[in-house]
Write a protein that binds this ligand. Structure first.
Ligand code: PLP
Ligand code: COI
Length: 340
């Protein structure tokens, strides 16, 4: 199956894998992990996921090394974040260890679909948990489904590690300050669709959302966090409405290891004028350098990389992160799990 894939043109999209794994919460308890070959889900028409958006998901990756081994990156962090998502929107959290067990199982079952090392591609792992129990009053479900499926993927932004432009559109918010921006619920992505599509139509890779309260500070970019580099400082926004990115957390550690100073604090929009480099970061996006940011309502243009080439610091961070993920660089922080 993997042999039929043209890795050089593989983008980031759904592709059927032979197996997924599932677990159901009903009658007050989570059941056993099951293996499924179906891509379908059957549920009650009054399931809370359909009406009240009771759904959360995760995204993580598996990489094949030069040594042929398969490494999954920081799945313990994704497990913790999914528990947090469950607690926030009153879904039934998973029993300890079940998330990790499901990831290991689904990757092993589909190991032929983990792309070869030389391709630079990876396996994207998508865990999703949602309310299937019926409710018409606005209440949490009493039944949940947890599914993990996988697919081989190429770069999220089609050019890979190339610098691309982003825009600021003040007419749209992704998440409210005391809302659900800090967790990975489906509704946050529904809220970002219209602005995201508009930005793509205008030729931008992503929208940089500002904090909804004051519109003065940078929150995050589409499906990724934002960071900037100024001299020897790595600066990334502190905000009550952004998703704590595991990639961002990892790059901060890599940056620290490389001798950079880390600043996590509110970032005023005007600071964009002074950055040496800027990028989006996330599991799908990895590190995606930004060459220009257009503030469409203020008619301002922030040119970050006049020659459109990724800057030296982002390049070093990208190479180091990828090196650890593919097993080329020693995993001194214990971030990877080898799938046996
Ligand atoms: N912010 C948003 C809104 C996201 O959807 C993602 C993707 O998961 C990220 C940030 C990056 O998070 P991570 O690095 O954990 O993938
Ligand atoms: C990820 O990076 O894993 C994400 O969840 C982004 C996604 C919405 C494509």
């Amino acid at each position: 199956m993997a042999q039929q894939i043209d890795w050089s043109t593989l983008g980031f999209g759904y592709r059927k894998a032979p197996y997924n794994v599932r677990c159901t919460f009903q009658n007050g308890a989570w059941g056993e992990l099951r293996v499924s070959e179906s891509e379908e889900v059957t549920m009650h028409m009054a399931a809370t996921v359909l009406h009240y958006g009771q759904a959360g998901f995760e995204g993580l990756k598996a990489f094949r090394g030069k040594d042929g081994k398969i490494r999954v990156f920081r799945m313990d962090e994704n497990a913790k974040r999914m528990q947090n998502t469950c607690r926030t929107i009153l879904m039934q959290p998973l029993p300890d260890g079940l998330f990790e067990e499901a990831i290991k199982k689904v990757v092993k079952l589909n190991e032929d679909l983990v792309p070869p090392y030389e391709t630079g591609c990876s396996m994207y792992i998508r865990p999703v948990l949602f309310g299937t129990g019926p409710q018409v009053g606005v209440n949490p479900a009493d039944q949940y489904e947890f599914i993990v499926f996988v697919m081989p993927v190429g770069p999220y932004f089609k050019d890979g590690f190339k610098a691309t432009p982003c825009c600021i559109m003040r007419g749209y918010d992704r998440a409210a300050p005391l809302g659900t921006g800090r967790v990975k619920v489906g509704g946050n992505y529904a809220a970002s669709l219209a602005s995201g599509v508009l930005a793509h139509q205008k030729g931008y890779s992503a929208v940089i959302y500002l904090d909804a309260r004051s519109k003065k500070f940078i929150d995050e970019c589409g499906p990724a966090n934002f960071f900037g580099i100024k001299g020897d400082r790595y600066v990334t926004p502190e905000s009550e409405s952004i998703l704590p990115s595991i990639t961002n957390m990892s790059i901060q550690q890599v940056a620290k290891d490389l001798g950079l100073k880390i600043e996590i604090r509110p970032m005023p929009v005007e600071e964009l004028a002074y950055l040496d480099e800027a990028a989006m970061c996330g599991t799908a996006a990895v590190i995606a350098p930004i060459n220009r940011i257009d503030d469409l309502d203020d008619n301002k243009v922030y040119t970050i990389l006049p020659d459109h080439k990724p800057g030296p610091v982002c390049t070093k961070l990208y190479e180091t992160l990828r090196g650890i993920q593919y097993g080329d660089i020693e995993d001194t922080h214990n971030w990877v799990t080898v799938i046996e």
